[in-house]
Design a protein around this ligand. Structure first.
Ligand SMILES: NC(=O)CCC(=O)C(=O)O
Length: 274
């Protein structure tokens, strides 16, 4: 990252926290209500958490609601919700099946204020964790993506990542100079309690940009417990907003002058020796 230009225009941003269950309909109702709340509060860019449309005890359930690229209820929901409120809507993740190989990706879709898709990011790093009774192996149901994705929005340049990606700093370096990093997530309670805040603040500090992470947070009907703590962190690493658990919205102001001031006073990005 040699460029330190600040692209941002700035504006209100918001993260939606959910405690999704196994049925798509009620999850979409909650998402619609919370996105409306965020938009009515003035947010220009709103992001939903990972797997906002389904969290089930049976991991195969999320793959069962997969959609072909460009066709389906979840994609219609994102497009219609973005255009209804005239916002940039970051669709947490949805399971998308690729025409080429029939395999499912854990995908973030972004719709602009006119409802048209402006970006697609397939989660690159697939979560694996095994300790005691807890065991996760996302690679059993999902194929990894392989492309770094950024897009320009009303508030500035945005870099996309999902949950476990947060642990891989090289992904964020590969984004170049962005104003905002997004991390839609469903962190486990165990790993989130230990690492979530530290990782989010570190990514903000080392990339000198805002980080916003909408999360799943609470006890799901399946019995799974997620960490929540949806958060907005500023380029100095300060937490602007956080919600510990339960459904809700966290919002904050992305200020280009804040990014510029941090990068000017502490020019660490320029001091990198590649
Ligand atoms: N869904 C995920 O990628 C979970 C990641 C997680 O909990 C972690 O600790 O990393």
């Amino acid at each position: 990252m040699t460029q330190q230009a600040v692209n941002a225009v700035g504006g209100q941003i918001a993260a939606v926290q959910m405690v999704s269950g196994p049925d798509v309909g009620p999850n979409l109702e909650v998402a619609a209500r919370l996105v409306a709340e965020a938009a009515e509060g003035g947010a220009q860019l709103v992001a939903l958490p990972e797997y906002f449309a389904i969290i089930s005890g049976d991991e195969r359930a999320k793959v069962a609601i997969r959609e072909r690229d460009g066709v389906g209820r979840l994609q219609d929901f994102l497009s219609e919700t973005a255009s209804r409120h005239g916002i940039w809507l970051v669709g947490g993740t949805v399971p998308l099946v690729a025409e080429a190989d029939g395999k499912v990706r854990n995908t973030t879709l972004v719709c602009g204020p006119d409802g048209k898709r402006v970006a697609r990011y397939d989660k690159i790093h697939l979560f694996g964790f095994s300790r005691g009774q807890e065991r996760y192996d996302e690679a059993e149901t999902i194929e990894p993506g392989d492309s770094v994705v950024t897009f320009d929005s009303a508030v500035g340049r945005v870099g996309l990542s999902v949950c476990y990606d947060l642990r891989f700093p090289e992904l964020y370096r590969a984004m170049g100079a962005v104003d905002l990093i997004l991390v839609p997530s469903a962190f486990t309670y165990t790993t989130g309690k230990a690492h979530w805040e530290i990782l989010l603040r570190t990514r903000a500090i080392e990339n000198q940009c805002y980080v916003m992470a909408p999360a799943q947070g609470g006890r799901h009907p399946s019995g799974r417990v997620t960490w929540g703590h949806s958060m907005i962190v500023d380029p100095w690493g300060e937490i602007l907003a956080c919600r510990d658990e339960g459904e809700g919205v966290v919002a904050g102001l992305l200020e280009p002058s804040r990014i510029a001031a941090v990068r000017e006073s502490l020019p660490a990005l320029r001091h990198r020796r590649l």
